[in-house]
Design a protein around this ligand. Structure first.
Ligand SMILES: Cc1cc2nc3c(=O)[nH]c(=O)nc-3n(C[C@H](O)[C@H](O)[C@H](O)COP(=O)(O)OP(=O)(O)OC[C@H]3O[C@@H](n4cnc5c(N)ncnc54)[C@H](O)[C@@H]3O)c2cc1C
Length: 468
């Protein structure tokens, strides 16, 4: 474990001179929100929280941290499910919440230029007002910020047709650990000028540089959406139906999976019912486009595929209010399930055709370790969120069982050609499993890249890389 310096009163004074007293918090202030993220029950207290409002302020803060070898944890909204925003070495939390402006919506080039503290849904709603679309939409889009989305390369329901965050990032402004300001890319759809540093920083989980400005691609907003929701006898039946939809040569805009128990918890919490019942699982499959007749034909065909695959109950959501209600319920599942008890959310991703085997593996691993899981996720991408619940297990028993079950589930996932995280990142929680998915040579190369960007290892330490 690298040794980091403490934040002394003199350093606090230097930081205060940069951001002012109203944008600096100490442990005896209201610092609690910065001690955790949405990951399980971990709590780490930072020595100081600063909230810069400009790139220049970020650069000056990092120059001090670099000079003094103080750990720095970049933070956006703190909705990470992998412990990415936890200040595990104390030090300085740099919150980008005050860098929350949409700097430009450029309708000629179809790009938006934004600061990292903008909430994802706020950007989406602003661009929709002028008929444009920014598709990456994590289920947390109402609270997560674009800085966090970039750092985790966030996905979401519409990644199936439109890709994940990386597919929408054209350029970045980012500050290296030593305070150097980098500018990469531009308002360019094509650019092979040098190494693609933009895409190296996207998904680097705040370990390479702190992102201060983002250039995002936009597209025209699809005018129409329709959906099918169907329930299936078993998890495997639902997973098999997914691959059959693609045989129809239809790319749905979203294809979401919900295990029955997770649906029931959500229904109870919100006092509203999903419109399909029966069976172990359901799929919500959406198509989008501009022509009503084309979408009508596609939902009919998807409905037939689901029936042929054994659907027990099926509805077509052809008007926007019905669809909005379905999405509201789907987006509420995570919170409802996580409200049941302490939990660990695994973020397995496999090639789509191996999904039925992943479903079997989840069931077998949880049964072997005496654990309860409720799964849901972006199954069209091969991505399933497995929420393993602590329920009434004593703490020590839970820790032992969850680590063993996570290990076994990841081994099975990798054996299916999968990876241990599809969209939540490795962060703090999964770092010691990285070696199950990546070879020692790949991890060594990643460490070398990290040390080029951040030779003192001050940026988001204790994340991504396995403990020595
Ligand atoms: C209910 C729920 C549903 C979710 N659904 C999805 C989903 O559908 N898809 C999905 O992908 N994720 C999902 N997530 C996970 C989470 O919302 C995403 O990972 C999101 O991208 C995190 O954004 P944030 O603003 O909360 O970032 P934070 O949690 O604050 O930080 C995340 C990471 O980004 C780094 N970081 C933050 N800002 C910067 C910056 N400016 N520069 C460099 N690094 C930075 C942090 O150090 C940390 O490593 C969900 C979470 C919840 C609680």
């Amino acid at each position: 474990m690298a040794a980091f310096s403490k934040v002394t009163p003199k350093i606090v004074d230097e930081l205060r001179a940069i951001v002012g007293s109203d944008r600096l918090l100490l442990p005896n202030d209201d610092i609690e929100p910065y001690t955790h993220d949405e990951t399980e029950d971990y709590v780490f207290t930072p020595e100081v929280v600063v909230k810069p409002a400009s790139t220049d302020e970020v650069s000056r803060i990092l120059k001090i941290a670099y000079r003094e070898r103080i750990a720095v944890t970049p933070r956006a909204a703190g909705t990470s499910l992998s412990g990415g925003a936890l200040p595990v070495h104390g030090g300085i939390v740099v919150s980008v919440e005050k860098m929350n402006k949409i700097l430009e919506i450029d309708r000629e080039n179809l790009v938006a230029v934004v600061q990292p503290g903008i909430i994802c849904q706020v950007l989406q709603e602003e661009v929709e007002k002028v008929g444009l679309y920014y598709p990456p939409d994590p289920a947390s889009r109402g609270s997560c910020m674009l800085g966090g989305n970039i750092a985790h390369n966030a996905g979401g329901p519409h990644a199936l047709k439109y890709g994940v965050t990386k597919d929408w990032v054209l350029g970045l402004e980012a500050v290296k650990a030593d305070g150097t300001i980098l500018r990469t890319g531009g308002k360019l759809l094509k650019n092979v000028t040098g190494y693609n540093l933009t895409q190296l920083i996207v998904g680097s989980e705040g370990t390479l540089a702190l992102v201060t400005q983002i250039i995002l691609k936009l597209i025209p907003l699809p005018a129409l959406r329709k959906a099918v929701m169907a329930s299936f006898p078993t998890l495997e039946d639902a997973a098999r139906a997914v691959t059959r939809i693609f045989f129809e040569r239809i790319i749905p805009s979203a294809c979401e999976f919900m295990e029955r128990q997770a649906m029931e918890v959500t229904e109870k919490k919100h006092g509203e019912k999903f419109p399909v019942s029966g069976g172990e699982a359901a799929l919500l499959i959406e198509v989008d486009g501009t022509r009503e007749d084309v979408l009508d034909e596609q939902v009919e065909r998807i409905g037939s595929v689901c029936s042929d695959a054994g659907a027990l109950d099926l509805i077509l959501a052809e008007d926007s209010s019905k669809l909005a209600k379905l999405w509201k319920m789907r987006r509420s599942i995570g919170e409802a399930v996580k409200g049941l008890s302490a939990y660990r959310e695994e973020d397995c991703v496999v090639p789509r055709a191996r999904l039925p085997e992943l479903m079997t593996a989840i069931r077998e691993v949880c049964a072997r370790h005496g654990l309860t899981a409720m799964s849901y996720g972006h199954i069209g991408d091969g991505n399933v969120h497995v929420n393993i619940l602590k329920l009434n297990l004593p703490d020590a028993e839970w820790r032992t069982r969850i680590e063993a079950a996570t290990h076994d589930l990841f081994v099975r996932t990798v054996a299916l050609g999968g990876m241990i995280s599809g969209e939540h990142g490795i962060g703090f929680v999964q770092k010691n499993y990285l070696g199950l998915a990546l070879s020692p040579d790949v991890i060594a190369l990643m460490r070398q890249i990290k040390s080029v960007f951040d030779p003192n290892g001050i940026l988001n330490p204790g994340k991504v890389f396995p403990d020595a």
